[in-house]
Design a protein around this ligand. Sequence first.
Ligand SMILES: Nc1ncnc2c1ncn2[C@@H]1O[C@H](COP(=O)(O)OP(=O)(O)OP(=O)(O)O)[C@@H](O)[C@H]1O
Length: 382
Amino acid sequence: MPIYTPMHTRIVEIQSYLQHNDHSLAVRRILDASLDIADMTLLKEAIAVSQAYRQYKDTTVPTSFFQSANALLHKISNATDMFTDQTTSLVTAREISKTYSSGNFSLRPISIQINTGDVLGIVGENGNGKTTLLRCMAGQLALDSGELHFAQLEKPDYYDIKHHLAFIPQRIPRWYGLLKDNLHFSAAISGVTGEENSVMVDFMLERLDLTPYAHLTWTQISSGYRTRFEIARILLQKPKLLILDEPLANLDINAQQSILTDLRFMAKSVHNPMGILLSSQQLHEVEKIADTVLLIKKGSCLFRTGEGEKTADAFVVELETTANRALLLKALDDKGELQFNGGFYTITSKELPAQDILSKLVNGSIPITYFRDITHSTKRFI
Ligand SMILES: Nc1ncnc2c1ncn2[C@@H]1O[C@H](COP(=O)(O)OP(=O)(O)OP(=O)(O)O)[C@@H](O)[C@H]1O
């Protein structure tokens, strides 16, 4: 199955972002497109467009920005379109399980398949085994049973696996010196040298919004930017499988969504198509971008979107409102059951799909500050 969006479709999307003033997204997608074309001159132009855009972030974006962005898009559209690759198997975990020698936690047998281009999200509440599963997948914990198979490595040794797979832990290891120098070093040890090293580091600084922090040290940047740095550093090493443990933990709400969207684009890039496995407690955000989501509860996979998905036996929505229970039941003609958790209501109805619930609430003049259809979400099982 092809995983790439053809370049002409991407160009049209980026032009539309520019027209509708979604400048930041347009710039990030221009950077990605130029990297995928693999032309150093176009890549440098894209970096220049991104650097120029940063100066206008809080002011009106001048016409010259649109002219240079559109001129670059035109050049990219004339470059060779190499989007013919197919998805390939990366890693298969068969019935892997783990019990720690101390304590009483067990990860029950779980099977996972990750292909290039796949984004697989592991969600669940604290202490349910997300990190344990990721560490098993990364080969950091000895398995009690089951096996891991790296499809692209015939007889994988430690070196092969380390070069194939990157793990970004919850706590980013401390580094010393300047942020930018660390990126140059990381690229160099992966064999990226000379001009390419310099351009790729500038690219990552722009792509992860790190340029203003390039000459700062560990103690001078926030934990959110340390996460961005670590993603940039790892991406320079072009891993095939990227495993991230709670990458959203230190990011603000806007950054969470943009990093997730970026990770999805990066997984499906031509430059370095990857499989991405990430854990998070932010169900909604992860569900928006992941191809498959696994809900882990007490060490077992309780629910998996896509294959084997349980058919919903009722429609379920979340609602935040100032209206009381009696008003809600009246608006719903008693066709739903309500559960209040102190912050919002969960409405379960066997008869009314989400849009019918919404229209009944609107017709009943119920004030709505938040409404979400969770009928097919892992949220139902938490
Ligand atoms: N090395 C260890 N030895 C013994 N028990 C451990 C070890 N590491 C983790 N645990 C326990 O295993 C359980 C699952 O932990 P894990 O970190 O995998 O969960 P998690 O879902 O990632 O949680 P969080 O979201 O809080 O990071 C917890 O009860 C934890 O205390």
